[in-house]
Write a protein that binds this ligand. Structure first.
Ligand SMILES: *Cc1c(COP(=O)(O)O)cnc(C)c1O
Length: 222
C-alpha cells in the first residue's frame, strides 16, 4: 500500500479520542508530503535538527511533535514552532523549555515521559520523580507560565510478549488516571501517548489517546 493508503487505513480505524502522530524520522520530505496530502497534519520526529529542516520546507499548518530524547542545550532550536514535546524527563529540561518559550512569547505543550519498560535503556521518570515535578510546578506557577503539562508518554519493553506490553501500558494508564485530580492552569493531563506500529492496538485497548506510528505508515527504516 502507498503512504497515503496507510495513513487513511490507520486513521479510519481509530476510535474518535485517539490522535495519530505520523512518525517520519529519517524519511524524506516527499514521503511526508504524501501523508500530508492524505490529510495528515501531525508529524513526529526524534532529532531536533532534522525536524527543523522539515519544518522550514513544509506547509505551516503542520503540528510538529518532538518524540525523542531532548538535550537541554538544543531546546532553543525548536522553541519557535514545536507544538508538543513528548519526552520531557527532568525538571531541568522543563525549566529550559519554559525559558525558551518565554523568549518566543508563547506556550509550549509538554508530556512527561514515564519509565514503564523493563529495559534500563529507556528514558523516563519514576512516580516519585513525577510527583516532584508536579509539586515544583504547582509551587512555582508564576515562574512556569510558558509551559503546559498536558499528559504522559511511555514506551513499552521491546518484546513479543503481549502480556508484558499490556501490563506496562496498564501501569502507565493507572498513573495517568491517578493524576486526573491535578487540574490547574499549568498541569492538566488529557493526553496519554503510548503505542507504536507494533503495539498501538494494545495501547488503545489500554487507554492510549495518542499513538506514534512510523513504519506502518512510511515503511521500515535503515
Ligand atoms: C521511532 C519511534 C516511534 C515509531 O516507531 P514505529 O515502530 O516505526 O512505529 C514511536 N515512538 C518513538 C519514541 C520513536 O522513537
Amino acid at each position: 500500500m502507498s503512504i497515503a493508503e496507510n495513513v487513511l487505513s490507520i486513521k479510519n480505524n481509530l476510535p474518535e479520542q485517539v490522535t495519530l502522530v505520523a512518525v517520519s524520522k529519517t524519511k524524506p520530505v516527499a514521503d511526508l508530503m504524501e501523508a500530508y496530502n492524505a490529510g495528515q497534519r501531525i508529524f513526529g520526529e526524534n532529532k531536533i535538527q532534522e525536524m527543523t529542516e522539515k519544518w522550514a520546507q513544509m506547509p505551516k499548518d503542520i503540528q510538529w511533535h518532538m518524540i525523542g530524547h531532548v538535550q537541554t542545550n538544543k531546546v532553543k532550536f525548536m522553541a519557535e514552532y514545536v507544538s508538543l514535546i513528548h519526552g520531557v524527563d527532568s525538571l531541568k529540561l522543563l525549566q529550559e523549555i519554559n525559558k525558551q518559550a518565554q523568549k518566543h512569547r508563547r506556550v509550549i505543550y509538554c508530556l512527561l515521559q514515564i519509565h514503564i519498560a523493563e529495559e534500563e535503556t529507556k528514558f523516563g521518570l519514576d512516580e516519585k520523580e513525577l510527583n516532584e515535578i508536579f509539586d515544583f510546578v504547582e509551587n512555582e506557577k508564576e515562574g512556569m507560565k510558558n509551559i503546559r503539562i498536558v499528559g504522559l508518554m511511555g514506551m513499552a519493553t521491546f518484546t513479543d510478549n503481549q502480556d508484558q506490553i499490556k501490563k506496562e501500558f496498564t501501569h502507565l494508564k493507572s498513573i495517568f488516571d491517578s493524576k486526573q485530580n491535578l487540574k490547574s492552569e499549568i498541569c492538566n493531563l488529557k493526553s496519554l501517548s503510548m503505542g507504536m506500529s507494533g503495539d498501538y492496538k494494545l495501547a488503545i485497548e489500554s487507554g492510549s489517546t495518542m499513538i506514534r506510528v512510523g513504519s506502518s505508515i512510511f515503511g521500515g527504516r535503515n
